[in-house]
Design a protein around this ligand. Structure first.
Ligand code: DC
Length: 221
């Protein structure tokens, strides 16, 4: 059976996760959060005190790692790292601050892309990341590039993080997001880039529901 792949890329805070999750539910596809895979590996590397600039060690760690993404009945995802549920742990500041070192390693990316393609061969998926339409699934059925004004992305992140950490300050979020944008856009391997055939959606003034509906319209052609 040929499976179906819907690719969603874009910068942090553009609404990818919420949109992808909701879209997958509506299409009855499986949602694949590729950022969570890089985050899970980063968590394991930090725990083992593996230097994040040591590609060889990271590759060998990844080869010895089992990352599973499980959808719960309520649509939420659980990220299972070697049989341990690490869902909240991969969203901590420590992981967020360090994940780009792991994500910029070419050999790590090659293995991750292989795992993602394998998953896409078995399931109909809505897959979200930075290089999905350009590198991982260049032949995806439909590709979307979600974007939003920087100010709006900061506002969304602030709202999201405020629920986890009441003391979070907006200036720090602004600084972190700017830094992440720069790293995602300028890394040598698979930088964040709109695929030529991706549909560009500016979500600044749209609700999640509106974005999902726009995407569904495009898919149904
Ligand atoms: O989407 P996110 O914030 O969970 O992504 C975490 C990090 O992983 C972020 O620094 C970008 C990187 N990433 C990537 O390089 N390629 C992907 N396909 C997904 C995420």
């Amino acid at each position: 059976m040929k499976t179906r792949v819907i690719a969603i890329d874009g910068p942090a805070g553009a609404g990818k996760s919420t949109v992808a999750k909701d879209l997958a539910k509506k299409l009855k596809f499986i949602y694949l959060d590729t950022g969570a895979m890089y985050r899970a590996l980063t968590l394991k590397a930090l725990r083992r005190r593996i230097p994040l600039d040591d590609q060889k060690a990271l590759v060998s760690l990844l080869r010895d790692t089992n990352i599973e993404i499980k959808s719960q009945k309520d649509g939420r995802l659980s990220i299972i790292l070697d049989n341990e549920d690490v869902t909240p742990l991969i969203r901590t500041n420590k992981v967020t601050e360090n994940v780009s070192y792991v994500a910029k390693m070419p050999k790590v990316r090659t293995i991750m892309a292989g795992l993602q393609r394998k998953f896409g061969k078995k399931n109909n998926i809505v897959v979200e990341g930075r290089d999905i339409g350009t590198v991982v699934f260049p032949n995806a059925e439909k590709k979307f590039y979600l974007d939003a004004d920087f100010k709006e992305r900061v506002r969304r992140r602030y709202k999201e993080l405020k629920e986890i950490d009441k003391n979070i300050i907006e200036t720090k979020i602004k600084r972190d997001l700017k830094e992440r944008d720069t790293k995602d856009l300028t890394r040598k391997v698979a930088p964040l880039k709109k695929a030529e055939d991706a549909i560009y959606l500016d979500t600044t003034n749209l609700t999640i529901e509106e974005v999902v509906q726009d995407i569904i319209k495009e898919i149904n052609g």
